[in-house]
Design a protein. Structure first.
Length: 75
């Protein structure tokens, strides 16, 4: 499967947005959960930030792939 085709890049971009959305949801959930243990909260906050970073990087690379595919190869 070619990763630079528009449908594939759009699918990966959508999955990246969903991944980042889960990360944001984890952050919001953990910042509002006052009865959770501190160690669990730190782990969930770290996991949420990690998901946001992964989703953001994948989203940017797929947007770059879509732009490169639309305008020809970008060197």
């Amino acid at each position: 499967m070619d990763l630079t085709t528009f449908p594939t890049a759009a699918l990966y971009a959508l999955l990246a947005v969903i991944t980042a959305g889960f990360g944001v949801g984890m952050l919001v959930w953990q910042t509002g959960a006052t009865q959770q243990a501190l160690a669990t909260r730190k782990g969930m906050l770290f996991g949420g930030v990690l998901l946001i970073l992964i989703g953001g990087v994948v989203l940017l690379t797929q947007i770059w792939a879509i732009v490169a595919d639309s305008y020809g190869t970008v060197h």
